[in-house]
Design a protein. Structure first.
Length: 240
């Protein structure tokens, strides 16, 4: 079986695994306030919480600790407070304290406009990242958004995936479109590859909100990031 695809069936839900290359640099960060200040990478984020990772050194946060600070993403910033829900080594799971004001501000912070401002076509300058041979296009905007487009050996497009915060959208040749929610992510680092393994739950049917979100992203991606013929192909398949 293709190592990038793996299906798991349980009694409760259908989940699937995907393996993706990982870009080694992340410009989405969180600096906590207080006497001990750390700069964390934001590995994952949604409108309600985030997963942080500290590259060097240690921290003193424990489960149920209060945490506050500022998120930075390119030119944008966001003040946030929250509660530490779990700690695993250098990784921390944080639930935001959400009210109407914060909900509006976090949605603006994670807007498509800010995503486009930080978007990079990794396939054009891989910066030493080992890319799979059949990965044709790779667009990345730090933790919240990534687009992967894969090809067959003959060069025709075979499948694509959108990672949009906790949402997942995929089209595969001969299978069609599926959507899901990302449940977990873990590092699969080897001497040759730097990769992430994602596990996601598969929606019953196709989630229209996820499809619309992917369509909105495509509408804002210019030809400097993705050739028009490829973008048109992705839009057509999302509507299939």
């Amino acid at each position: 079986m293709d190592r990038h695809l793996n299906l798991i069936k349980t009694d409760f839900e259908q989940t699937e695994k995907r393996i993706f290359p990982r870009f080694p640099f992340n410009y989405l960060t969180f600096k906590n306030s207080g006497n001990e200040q750390f700069v964390f990478e934001i590995k994952d984020i949604s409108f309600t919480g985030m997963q942080l990772s500290l590259k060097d050194g240690g921290h003193s946060f424990t489960s149920d600790s209060d945490i506050s600070g500022i998120l930075h993403w390119q030119k944008a910033s966001l003040e946030a407070t929250g509660k530490v829900k779990w700690v695993s080594g250098k990784r921390i799971g944080v639930e935001f304290h959400v009210d109407d004001s914060f909900d509006s501000r976090v949605r603006e912070f994670l807007s498509i406009d800010n995503m486009i401002d930080s978007l990079r076509p990794i396939h054009e300058f891989s910066a030493g990242v080992e890319m799979p041979a059949n990965l044709k296009y790779w667009l990345r905007a730090d933790g919240p958004f990534e687009v992967f487009v894969w090809r067959h050996n003959d060069g025709e497009l075979a499948r694509f995936q959108f990672l949009m915060m906790e949402r997942f959208v995929e089209w595969e040749d001969g299978v069609g479109v599926k959507t899901g929610r990302i449940l977990s992510k873990r590092d699969l680092d080897t001497p040759l590859f730097t990769e992430d393994e994602l596990v996601f739950s598969v929606d019953e049917g196709v989630n229209s909100d996820a499809i619309n979100f992917a369509q909105d992203i495509l509408d804002n991606i210019g030809p400097e990031f993705l050739p028009e013929e490829a973008r048109d192909f992705l839009k057509m398949k999302l509507n299939s």
